[in-house]
Ligand binder design. Structure first.
Ligand code: ZL4
Ligand code: CA
Ligand code: ZN
Length: 421
C-alpha cells in the first residue's frame, strides 16, 4: 500500500564526499566538518551502505570504490568479526540506500542566489591570503565565526554540490528521500557569510526544487533561527519556511513569532521561538501540530528538512534538552507524510552526538530502526563509556511552560487560517 505512512521501502539517495572531513575552520572553531566523516563511518559500519556509485563522472576521473574499509591492516580474526557484525546489522534486506558522491557545485550554480562579487571573493581565498582576508577590512567574511580558512571555497562546492545533487535526484523522480549531511548551512546571505555558513546550499537546493514543484516547504530544527533561508524567500508564496529555534539573547536574534513574511510572502514564514531547556515532550506538543497544519494548508510538492543537531541535549552551543529519540522523531514525523523530502545537516557541536543523530535519522529514512549497541567503527573511542546509540536528557529546567507553548500555537494557527486553501 503506497499510502501507508509507515511503508518502509522509500528509495533513499545518500550524498557523501570523502574529502569533506579534511577541512578545518580554524583551531578551536566549534564547527568541525570531521563530524560528517564520523557520521558516514558509523552509517557504513551499521551496514547501511558500503560503496559509492557516482552521480556523475568525478572530476578526477575516479571510478566507484569501497570507502571506509576500516578492516584494512587488521589481523584476520578481528577483520572477520567486524565484517560479520556488519552483515548481521545489515540483515537480509540487502543494501538499504543508494550512495552517491555528489558533483561539485560550480560558480554558476552558486550565483543562482549569491552575487558574483561575493563568490569571486570566496574563491580568491588561498593559504597565502587566508589570514589577511579574515576580518580585517573584508566585510563579507567576518571575524571569528566565518574565517577565510584554507579551502573554504572547495568546502562550499562539496556542501552545495550535495544539496544540488539531492534536489536534482528528487526532481528526476529517482528517489523519494535524498540526504546531504554536509549541507544545511542556513545563515549564508546573498553577499555575506554569517554564523559558520558561506554558501547557502539550502536556498540553492530549494531553487532547484522550484523548477518542478509549485510549492516547497522548508523546516528547520537547528537550535538557531534559519534566517538566510527565510530572508531569501520572505516575499514569495511558493516557499513556506518554518524554523524552530532558541530565541532571546541568542544568535542570530531574528525569528520572532510575529515575523511571518511580507508582500506575496505574507503568512509564508513561520517562526517558533523557544526558550532554553525544551524537552522532547514539550517540543512535540508544538512541532507535530504546526507541521501537520502547514502541510494540510500549504500542500507542498517537496520538503527540505534541516536537521541541525545542536538542538540535542548536551550540545556545546545549543541549550535545548532534546534526546536522540526526540530529535529523530522530527524526521520520522515528516517522513510519514510521504512527500519527496531532502534532509540536510546544519549545526551540531558535540560531535559524537551529531554522528549518532544523523546515523539514526538516515536509518529511519530507510525504514530501519537501528540496534542501540554501536557497531565497531573507526571512531569507537569517541563513544565511550557506554557505546550506545543514545543521547540522554539532563535535569535542566524547561523554560517553556505550557501557557507559553499554547500562546505560540494560537498565534501560528491564526496566521495559517488566513492563508488561501
Ligand atoms: C567561535 O572558540 O554569537 C569561533 C564561535 C572561534 C575559536 C577562538 C576564538 C574565540 C564560539 C563561537 C573567540 C570567538 C568569539 N573560536 C566568537 C556574535 C559573536 C561574535 C563572534 O548552527 N564571537 C556572534 C554563531 C554565533 C555569535 C552561531 C550557528 C550556526 C548554525 C548552522 C552559528 N555567533 C559572538 C561569538 C571559538 C568560538 C566559540 C560561537 N559563535 C558561538 N555562537 C556563535 O546555525 C551551522
Ligand atoms: Ca531552527
Ligand atoms: Zn545551529
Amino acid at each position: 500500500n503506497l499510502n501507508d505512512p509507515n511503508r518502509s521501502n522509500r528509495r533513499v539517495a545518500y550524498y557523501y564526499d570523502h574529502d569533506v572531513g579534511n577541512y578545518h575552520f580554524f583551531l578551536g572553531h566549534p564547527m568541525k566538518p570531521h563530524r560528517i566523516r564520523m557520521t558516514h563511518n558509523l552509517i557504513s559500519n551499521y551496514g547501511l551502505c558500503d560503496e559509492y556509485e557516482y552521480d556523475a563522472p568525478h572530476p578526477e576521473g575516479e571510478g566507484a570504490r569501497v570507502v571506509n574499509d576500516i578492516t584494512q591492516g587488521m589481523d584476520e580474526e578481528l577483520e572477520d568479526a567486524v565484517k560479520w557484525e556488519r552483515r548481521v546489522l545489515a540483515g537480509p534486506r540487502g543494501r538499504a540506500m543508494q550512495v552517491f558522491r555528489p558533483r561539485r557545485a560550480t560558480k554558476t550554480d552558486m550565483t543562482k542566489f549569491h552575487t558574483d562579487e561575493y563568490i569571486d571573493l570566496l574563491e580568491a581565498v588561498t593559504p597565502e591570503t587566508a589570514d589577511a582576508m579574515t576580518g580585517g577590512g573584508i566585510r563579507c567574511l567576518t571575524g571569528e565565526d566565518c574565517p577565510a580558512f584554507e579551502g573554504v571555497f572547495e568546502f562550499c562546492t562539496i556542501s552545495a554540490g550535495g544539496s544540488l545533487g539531492a534536489a536534482e535526484k528528487l526532481n528526476g523522480g529517482l528517489a523519494d528521500i535524498a540526504v546531504n549531511w554536509a549541507g544545511g548551512l542556513h545563515h549564508a546571505k546573498k553577499s555575506e557569510a554569517s554564523g559558520f555558513c558561506y554558501v547557502n546550499d539550502i536556498v540553492l537546493g530549494i531553487l532547484e526544487l522550484l523548477r518542478i514543484h509549485p510549492r516547497v516547504l522548508y523546516i528547520d530544527v537547528d537550535v538557531h533561527h534559519g534566517d538566510g533561508v527565510e530572508e531569501a524567500f520572505y516575499t514569495t508564496d511558493r516557499v513556506m519556511t518554518c524554523s524552530f529555534h532558541r530565541f532571546g539573547e541568542f544568535f542570530p536574534g531574528t525569528g520572532d513569532v510575529r515575523d511571518n513574511g511580507i508582500k506575496r510572502g505574507k503568512g509564508y514564514a513561520v517562526n517558533v521561538p523557544l526558550r532554553d531547556g525544551i524537552t522532547d515532550a514539550t517540543y512535540h506538543t508544538i512541532f507535530k501540530p504546526v507541521i501537520a497544519k502547514i502541510i494540510e494548508t500549504f500542500r507542498p510538492g517537496a520538503i527540505v528538512l534541516q536537521m541541525g543537531a545542536d538542538s540535542l541535549s548536551g550540545d556545546k552551543l545549543g541549550g535545548f534538552n532534546l534526546t536522540l529519540e526526540g530529535h529523530a522523531e522530527c524526521a520520522r514525523f515528516v517522513r510519514s507524510f510521504n512527500i519527496p523530502t531532502m534532509l540536510v545537516g546544519g549545526g551540531g557541536y558535540t560531535i559524537k552526538n551529531v554522528s549518532k543523530a544523523w546515523t539514526k535519522e538516515t536509518a529511519i529514512m530507510c525504514g530501519i530502526e537501528l540496534p542501540e549497541d554501536l557497531p565497531y567503527n573507526r571512531y569507537m573511542e569517541y563513544f565511550g563509556p557506554r557505546y550506545k546509540l543514545e543521547v540522554l536528557p539532563t535535569n535542566v529546567d524547561d523554560h517553556n511552560p505550557p501557557e507559553y507553548i499554547e500562546a505560540l500555537k494560537r498565534h501560528i494557527f491564526e496566521n495559517l487560517r488566513d492563508l488561501p486553501h
